[in-house]
Design a protein around this ligand. Structure first.
Ligand SMILES: CC1(C)CO[C@@H](CC(=O)O)CN1
Length: 430
């Protein structure tokens, strides 16, 4: 019956060029989760969850109009799912006026961790600051207390570096210089050389990363005396592709030389071991089902033609499970008062608060790993550390910030056979 349907809105970045079109894989993943939760007997018994999806193209303006269409057309929605930091910022800032929780499956901007601006925001996608405790842990592990920072002038990297600087100060790690560039990194790299930077944390999108790497080759800021930290979510062969298309004045061999030995940090988005998650699947079972669905949608998965957002698909799948579990908890609470989620209206603050506290305390093992939210609604996540060894990424270990536990495989390799120094060691003359 129509009145036993719980409606939620879904805003996915699908078409368009700017930003992250991750809805291409995240919308199918969300629909897969919808099927699964609706078949779960003990979840929302007697009710069906329905997702009303639209395309934001990762454009905040379009995202806002999609949100208004969702809210000003019946049926009434109980919650909103959204992707892309820019769209989540716009949607989450407005949604509080409708007492709606916004659950973001694809937003990494640190600016979103702000309960004053976004009182009802939760995200299954970790903030970009999740890398920083891992970077500090690695600096301490290898005895580096003098680092430099090279960043692209983009909001997400500016706020991530502010968090990193605060953590370095706390840890007694000196930031010898912080260089930023808009699109041409040559002057910034030259300044790193002038300051004798040896251990450098690099924060930029993948196209800028290719320009930086070629610059490092040309200015010889690579090899056995340098350690670079890059972001780990670029595609695996990022430093060998698009060189002509993007006018990179280095050959593949030169890029490989400059890339050899660099470290990367990234948030874990696919549960690593073979545990059975709340859905009854392991993350590999989920991958098989998602691949099957994407092939039916026309993606040539067997030839590595993945849609954008494939990496983040588990975050969208687990976001729908978070909604179902939170609604289930809210229903149980409301039933005791002879009420139900059907009584929710955009002006009903009490039920909105019930939904908020239910999602706030939601914790479960999902295909993206253990799902839990911080007090600012941030996803608590593990990070993975890799190193390029002989041109290929090798997993070095994982870090759990909550328990300060570094799982290390002792696979790292240094050019020249020993750990590079963070400064020039002046041998005292006897
Ligand atoms: C890891 C990445 C690619 C970071 O950007 C996210 C999109 C965004 O923050 O707008 C998606 N996931």
């Amino acid at each position: 019956p129509e009145d036993n349907v719980l409606h939620i809105g879904g805003i996915f970045p699908i078409a368009g060029e700017g930003g992250w079109q991750g809805g291409q894989a995240c919308m199918p993943a969300a629909n897969l989760a919808l099927d699964d939760v609706n078949q779960q007997e003990d979840l929302l018994p007697g009710f069906t969850l329905k997702l009303h999806s639209n395309d934001s193209e990762c454009e905040p303006g379009l995202g806002a109009s999609v949100m208004y269409n969702l809210l000003y057309n019946t049926p009434q929605k109980l919650m909103l799912l959204a992707g892309c930091s820019t769209v989540c910022t716009t949607v989450a800032e407005a949604a509080k006026m409708w007492n709606l929780v916004v659950l973001c499956y694809g937003a990494s901007s640190p600016a979103l961790s702000d309960r004053n601006r976004f009182p009802t925001l939760f995200r299954t996608h970790p903030s970009a600051t999740v890398h920083n405790p891992t970077r500090i842990k690695l600096l301490q592990k290898f005895g580096w207390s003098r680092v430099a920072i090279l960043q692209q002038a983009e909001e997400v990297f500016i706020s991530t570096v502010e968090d990193l600087e605060a953590r370095c100060k706390e840890a007694g790690i000196e930031i010898v210089t912080r260089q930023s560039f808009l699109s041409d990194p040559s002057d910034a790299v030259r300044n790193l050389r002038r300051q004798d930077a040896r251990i450098i944390v690099g924060l930029f999108y993948v196209v800028a990363a290719r320009r930086v790497l070629c610059e490092l080759y040309q200015q010889k800021l690579y090899g056995k005396s340098y350690v670079w930290f890059f972001i780990g979510w670029y595609e695996d062969n990022w430093f060998e592709v698009n060189l002509d298309k993007e006018g990179i004045p280095c050959t593949k061999e030169q890029m490989r030389l400059a890339a050899e030995g660099h470290l990367t940090t990234e948030a874990l988005m696919w549960n690593q071991n073979n545990q059975t998650t709340i859905s009854g699947m392991t993350s590999e079972d989920f991958r098989e089902r998602l691949n099957k669905m994407l092939k039916e949608d026309g993606y040539d998965i067997d030839n590595n033609r993945y849609p954008e957002g494939y990496q983040e698909a588990p975050l969208a799948y687990d976001a729908v499970w978070s909604v179902a579990l939170a609604f289930n908890k809210t229903m149980e609470k409301l039933n005791k008062l002879g009420k139900s989620l059907k009584n929710f209206t955009y002006t009903n603050k009490e039920i909105a608060d019930d939904i908020y506290s239910a999602i706030n305390s939601t914790q479960f093992l999902g295909v993206s790993g253990y799902v839990a939210f911080s007090s600012q609604g941030d996803r608590i996540a593990l990070t993975q550390i890799e190193q390029v060894i002989d041109g290929k990424y090798v997993k070095l270990g994982y870090y759990d910030t909550q328990s300060d536990n570094l799982t290390w495989r002792n696979m790292e390799r240094w050019i020249g056979g020993k750990i590079p120094q963070d400064r020039t060691i002046v041998k005292k003359l006897l």
